[in-house]
Design a protein around this ligand. Structure first.
Ligand code: IVH
Length: 722
């Protein structure tokens, strides 16, 4: 990346926030926002974090420091106002009656005493006043809220973005430790138990053993496994993996069974909710820190992962007075354990393929104990990291690469995947060879490429599999895309069904959707839960209806990198038929060819997009998948844009309830005739086509003196009969 004034230089990133200019701060804030958002997405939606908590915290603290120094950066969309990322959309959404928040972090004893001082100041207590806190381990799982009504479990939900989570009731009901009914006479009418779902280490190891035997994918750590297990669409899978639960708080409650944190947690225990045995009430700072050290010592022997100690102000009335700052309560804090390091040997380097096709290297290690946990894998981030090249292209570890056989220093910061920090070069065996990163996808054998930014000539750090349509690692994601609203949009076969049919092994690639009916004698979909004879018949009818598909939708559905709806339309308009496009794009694999030049000459298609298209069609396996699909469906040729139509070059706005065409159809028709369709009326608008109920846009048309047409007048204008 080249540096200019808008780009935060390395120097700016290391400068204290109060020494930055407003411009530098703004640029760095934007960069951090993008980076943190990407990490949030990987953590919350994909259960695949790529940084340790410690690294994440550094980014987050810097982001917050910038906002403190430059309050104008604390906008309404700032990440400091959100918790986590938006939920992933596979389950029914649940809006939390009381938001599920996050915790601020303390990294030292000083941070903890600052936290207590802030509380004293807020409550106007004497500096010397001792205040009681509860202290308990911070469980490395995922938070979950369990709603009990009249003592019965009625709903369970994940945190999601804090305001809205996912309904995982069916899955939570499979957790043996979570009671269906709360016992005791003092159970309130409504009570939401909040706590952590987690997996024991022993259960995690046993599960991985099983996966190894069955040749399945190995899980990285108990936390990710717990998260993946809780969010299984098939509750039977959840039931087959032992999840556990610790309750530590509450959400909506018609009544509280006590006046202190300690009393409420004691009530949870009485009612039958598992609570942590190391939960303790501490009367002073000294006692809190002593308990922290005690827990740290026990950490290695615990059968579950923890990454710190949570302190909560004991008095609930004080908690209420203190309230929250954006995403975290003022009355609670997580005192994190420091990251732990160890030295071991790299036995192998394993490449896994993510759901979006990214190839990620992981070091398989000689098992070593780090902070009481046996670590046998560590992330190597990407190809460049192995080579000793950092994200900015500069050498890291003095340019020393990582090889199989190397002795390396690893770090484990509590929860996420441990990482390889450094190489002990002196211990490198003579036989160690530089690692050759594979150029083919280990999951499907398709070729894997790194994109190059044409402006900077810099390669993307991530190498990606190009076998989008057939790669088993990406299949679910691609199928979900294939059936999405702006792609094939099959009624009764949405993203959820795509996953369901995939998990069943019935639909592994797009063509399989169209052969379901033929195969149903054997599959017997009607016998599945939620299906009957009629719904299966309807499903097949809906599938058959999509055997004819618009060319642009077809291109979009393929899920080619960088090909969204707009680029799909550009390609469709240019090539007009699928056959012509496929032949030409195949020939474009030769970058010297006219076909490649033709692709590049399409308005709006740059080098990165052109290369993505070429790479996709270069992969034989994708072509085979498309050929199979074309055997089942017909792609309608695109009508050429008419340059001699009466609306060619005009700007049109459609408004009101159109009666003779859908909004999408109207747009497509106008564009086919060479018109531009806009969303709002301005003086540049040539026509407003208004159906019944048109509102403010009509007024705008009057204001700007723009001609208004009825639907009939529109058809007359373009010379079409309806
Ligand atoms: S209390 C308003 N207690 O840590 C306070 N959280 O970093 C809400 N966690 O989202 C949280 N153990 O998933 C609390 N003993 C504990 C916890 C705990 C683990 C998790 C929880 C929370 C996250 C915040």
């Amino acid at each position: 990346m080249t540096q200019n004034n808008n780009m935060p230089s390395e120097k700016a990133a290391n400068t204290p926030a109060d020494k930055l200019t407003a411009k530098q701060a703004k640029a760095e804030h934007a960069r951090l926002e993008a980076e943190i958002s990407a990490h949030d997405k990987r953590y919350y939606q994909q259960d695949a974090p790529t940084v340790t908590d410690a690294e994440y915290d550094v980014l987050r603290r810097r982001y917050e420091a910038l906002e403190k120094q430059f309050p104008e950066l604390h906008s309404l969309t700032s990440l400091t106002r959100k918790v986590g990322a938006t939920p992933s959309g596979r389950f029914k959404k649940v809006r939390h009656a009381v938001p599920m928040l996050s915790l601020g972090n303390a990294f030292s004893e000083e941070d903890v005493s600052d936290f207590a001082d802030r509380i004293r100041r807020f409550l106007n207590l004497k500096e010397s006043a001792e205040i009681a806190f509860t202290a308990e381990p911070k469980i490395d799982g995922l938070s979950c809220t369990l709603r009990y009504e009249k003592g019965k479990l009625v709903q369970a939900a994940t945190r999601g973005d804090g305001a809205e989570g996912e309904d995982v009731t069916a899955n939570v009901r499979t957790i043996k430790e979570v009671p269906e009914t709360l016992k005791g006479k003092d159970v309130p009418d409504i009570f939401e138990v909040r706590g952590e779902v987690y997996m024991r280490r022993a259960d995690f190891l046993a599960l991985n053993e099983r996966q190894k035997k069955e040749g399945g994918q190995l899980y990285v750590n108990p936390r990710n496994t717990a998260a993946g297990t809780l969010r299984q669409l098939d509750a039977k899978i959840t039931a087959s993996r032992p999840l556990r639960f610790f309750g530590y708080g509450w959400g909506e409650a018609s009544e509280l069974p006590g006046e202190t944190q300690f009393e409420v947690v004691a009530a949870l225990k009485r009612w039958g909710i598992p609570t942590n045995p190391l939960f303790k009430r501490c009367e002073s700072m000294g006692e809190m820190l002593k308990h922290y050290r005690g827990i740290e010592e026990k950490r290695a022997k615990l059968d579950y992962d923890i990454d710190g100690v949570v302190y909560k102000l004991d008095r609930i009335d004080w908690q209420e007075r203190l309230g929250f700052v954006s995403r975290t309560p003022r009355w609670a804090i997580a005192h994190k354990f420091p990251a732990e390091q160890a030295t071991t040997i790299v036995k192998d380097i394993m490449i896994t393929v993510g759901r979006t096709g990214a190839l990620t290297p992981t070091a398989v290690l000689d098992p070593v104990t780090v902070g009481g946990v046996v670590v046998s894998m560590a992330t190597l981030h990407n190809e460049d990291y192995i080579k000793g090249i950092g994200g900015d292209g500069a050498p890291i570890r003095n340019g020393v690469d990582i090889r199989i056989g190397d002795t390396v220093k690893i770090e484990r910061a509590g929860d996420v995947i441990p990482k390889v920090l450094d190489v002990v070069f002196a211990k490198r065996p003579n036989s160690a060879k530089p690692f050759k990163f594979p150029a083919v996808c280990p999951a499907c054998g398709s070729h894997a490429v790194r994109e190059t930014d044409p402006d900077t000539g810099k390669q993307d750090a991530v190498r990606r599999c190009t076998g989008g349509l057939i790669c088993p690692a990406q299949a679910v994601e691609r199928l979900r895309h294939f059936v999405s609203r702006n792609a094939f949009d099959i009624e009764g076969f949405g993203e959820k069904q795509a996953e369901f049919f995939f998990e069943k092994g019935w639909v592994m690639q797009p063509v399989d959707i169209f052969t379901l009916e033929k195969r149903n004698k054997k599959l017997k979909i009607e016998e599945e839960e939620g299906y009957g004879e009629t719904s299966v018949r309807n499903l097949f009818a809906a599938i058959n209806e999509r055997r004819r598909i618009a060319f642009n939708r077809f291109i979009f559905a393929l899920g080619i990198r960088h090909i969204g709806e707009t680029n799909a339309i550009r390609l469709a308009r240019h090539y007009l038929t699928a056959e012509v496009m496929i032949e030409s794009v195949k020939a474009a694999a030769d970058r010297e060819s006219d076909d490649y030049q033709e692709l590049l000459n399409i308005g709006g298609i740059g080098e990165v997009v052109a290369d993505a298209v070429v790479e996709f069609f270069k992969e034989k396996k994708n072509r085979q998948a498309i050929d199979a699909l074309l055997g089942e469906i017909t792609v309608e040729p695109m009508e050429a844009v008419k340059s001699n139509s009466p609306v060619s070059g005009k700007t049109v706005v459609f408004t009101g309830a159109l009666e003779k065409m859908t909004r999408d159809e109207a747009k497509a028709m106008a564009e086919r005739l060479g018109a531009k369709v806009a969303g709002s009326v301005s003086k540049k608008t040539d026509y407003v086509v208004a159906g019944p109920g048109a509102g403010s846009k009509l007024a705008d048309a009057k204001k700007h003196g723009v001609g208004v047409l009825s639907e009939d007048e529109w058809f007359r204008l373009i010379g079409e009969k309806r």
